[in-house]
Design a protein around this ligand. Structure first.
Ligand code: DGL
Length: 261
């Protein structure tokens, strides 16, 4: 089964990394909307418009299933992807919620994400509707995205930023923290240093890769097209290539551009 992986930019490569870790050689088409990143500070209507265009691209690319790696798009526009894409669509919120509920003992769960994801309360609503005894503590951490994009993922600056953002979560004595943004898995060493060993970090990239494996068991789909991976962006100007090398641990063999508008 050939998966389409969509993100607003480079961050969804953490999902590609998780997919490849679980199933080396999985064929895929990656679309990063680098011309319009970040989505996390935009309005719901704007993100939903972008989602429609991304779904149409994936439909025309002929992938069998679609993973919406972007937490912001998953939180506010998953229904748009489901309406516009003919195959199975996986968002990251549901798998992240399930992994958090499985990990938490005290039912005190933290969620961090972009301002749009946190404002939508997509994680909080699903956590509370799954278990009435859950207490959810959510914090938007917008500066984590540019830090990850710049590769500032260790050292004083990210630690200082993390201490500011995560203070209320430490005070709330959570035992599980959902990394509700594509970029945050890159900051795991810093986030776990600040939160301490007693807090389990839930990476929604790993969780959605496991969900994809389950979908493949019930509907294996086609043979994966010609088996060639495609990496596509909407703008070449950013640091996609070096950041991709960092995220995936290997250089991309080719990078295409597309105009989604
Ligand atoms: N991909 C976005 C997310 O996971 C983070 C970057 C952005 O704001 O577009 O929410």
């Amino acid at each position: 089964m050939r998966w389409g992986v969509f993100d607003s930019g480079v961050g969804g490569l953490t999902v590609v990394r998780a997919l490849r870790r679980q199933r080396p050689g999985v064929p895929l088409v990656y679309l990063g909307d680098t011309a319009r990143v970040p989505y996390g500070i935009r309005s719901v209507d704007t993100v939903r418009g972008y989602a429609e265009q991304a779904a149409a691209f994936m439909r025309d690319a002929g992938v069998d299933g679609l993973i919406v790696a972007c937490n912001t798009a998953s939180a506010v526009a998953l229904d748009v992807f489901e309406r516009c894409f003919p195959g199975p669509v996986l968002g990251v919120v549901e798998p992240g919620v399930e992994a958090a509920l499985a990990a938490s003992r005290t039912r005190r769960i933290g969620v961090i994400g972009t301002p749009a994801t946190i404002r939508s309360d997509a994680y909080g609503r699903r956590l509370r509707s799954s278990r009435s005894d859950v207490s959810v503590h959510s914090v938007a951490c917008p500066l984590f995205v540019p830090l990850a994009e710049e590769g500032w993922i260790t050292g004083d600056v990210p630690v200082w930023v993390a201490r500011r953002y995560l203070k209320t979560l430490i005070e709330a004595e959570i035992d599980t923290l959902v990394l509700g943004c594509t970029h945050y898995p890159l900051l795991v060493p810093v986030i776990s240093e600040v939160m301490g060993d007693a807090v389990t970090l839930v990476d929604s990239a790993d969780a959605v890769a496991r969900a994809a494996a389950l979908v493949e068991e019930v509907s294996p789909g086609g043979a994966g097209g010609d088996g060639t991976d495609r990496f596509v962006v909407t703008d070449m100007g950013g640091a996609f290539v070096p950041v991709a090398a960092h995220f995936l641990g290997e250089s991309l063999s080719s990078l295409e551009t597309v105009d989604l508008v």
